[in-house]
Design a protein around this ligand. Structure first.
Ligand code: SF4
Length: 344
């Protein structure tokens, strides 16, 4: 593959330039994109619309990259988790969540993660490397190929890694998801631990996607213990950056708040959260912690969860309680890669 062009690494304009450079007619670019992104061709030889001669000519200068499925697990609630191998032998996870007619794929943007969030297995492993745009895009293509004729309808950047720490490749992948895979920008959500420069730059560079912020605490002192990124980007500055994120009518920023027993779940926390988010068009997802082996973090009792939610609701905030999906397959990010998962 050395010196050959990976066709999945090209932008839409890049595919047209590639075809023109080979002195091929323009419609060949449309055919290439159709076969790669709609028929999920995993090899140039699968493009049977091209003559053997044309396929051989293309194969001498280009190839189509792919992910290899290493393992898949299905939960009793319908959630499906995939472990994919990359060309260098590293592995990443994607989780398919069927819900009310939607098929949402939670995708990874890095192998491992440098953010070190306390409640996350991926964070414990550290960062190995960031993904290339085609490796991000390929998670959707590969799952589409596996579940056809069904198709992914929604995408969330909420798997392994911090998307805004891999800004350029993620932005390129976002354009690919919209332009090649035809998924509406309204159906794409990027979740960040709070990288402020990325939040500020995103509206300028990326399609108008939805933003989610993993908040998880109401004071810098507590957040710093749960999410060390707070040292660089304190809560107040993070909230100010969120206030600048442009929102079309009817759209809201999502704040995720993983409730952890005795750490961030007091009623004072709920009141502080109301004050912090005042004036931001948002919704709050209260996430029940997915306990994992080797961690002493616990989810709060149900009564505390409802009290916390009620304070938010009484103050006219949208607050939903979210149960982690796929608990029987350890669907929280990083658990399968860390070798904790089991086949079912
Ligand atoms: S929760 Fe997300 S940002 Fe935090 S360590 Fe895990 S993968 Fe990284």
């Amino acid at each position: 593959m050395l010196n050959k062009i990976n066709l999945k690494s090209l932008s839409k304009e890049g595919v047209f330039s590639f075809v023109m450079d080979q002195s091929l007619p323009r419609y060949r670019a449309e055919q290439l994109m159709h076969w790669i992104y709609e028929k999920y061709a995993a090899d140039i030889d699968e493009i049977t619309e091209f003559s053997t001669g044309l396929r051989n000519a293309l194969k001498s200068i280009a190839y189509i990259s792919n992910l290899q499925l290493a393992k898949s697990l299905k939960s009793s609630d319908g959630t499906k988790k995939f472990l994919f191998s990359l060309r260098d032998g590293e592995t990443i996870e994607s989780v398919l969540i069927p819900d009310e007619g939607r098929l949402t794929l939670c995708i990874s943007s890095q192998v491992g993660c440098a953010m070190g969030c306390l409640f996350c297995v991926t964070g414990r492993c550290g960062l190995v490397r960031s993904l290339k745009s085609y490796e991000i895009l390929d998670q959707i293509i590969t799952v589409n190929r596996l579940i056809q004729p069904k198709k992914i309808t929604n995408v969330v950047f909420m798997g392994m890694g911090e998307p805004l720490a891999n800004f350029d490749e993620d932005v390129k992948a976002l354009w690919g998801i919209v332009q090649f895979l035809g998924i509406s920008k309204r159906k794409i959500t990027l979740s960040t631990a709070g990288i402020i420069p990325g939040i500020l730059l995103l509206p300028e560079k990326a399609p108008e996607i939805n933003l989610a912020v993993s908040l998880n605490a109401t004071t810098d002192e507590v957040r710093n213990k749960i999410m060390p990124v707070t040292k660089r980007y304190p809560i107040r500055s993070l909230i100010n950056a969120c206030k600048k994120y442009p929102l079309r009518s009817g759209r809201r920023i999502t704040f995720e708040y993983v409730l952890i027993d005795g750490r961030n779940d007091s009623l004072e926390d709920a009141h502080r959260l109301v004050k912090l988010l005042k004036g931001i068009r948002c919704k709050i997802n209260l996430i029940l912690l997915n306990p994992h082996p080797g961690s002493d973090l616990k989810r709060p009792p149900d009564k505390r969860v409802s009290e916390f939610q009620n304070i938010l609701l009484r103050n006219n905030m949208r607050a939903l309680i979210r149960e982690s999906k796929g608990q029987d397959i350890l669907a929280a990010c990083g658990q399968l890669r860390a070798g904790i998962g089991r086949d079912i």
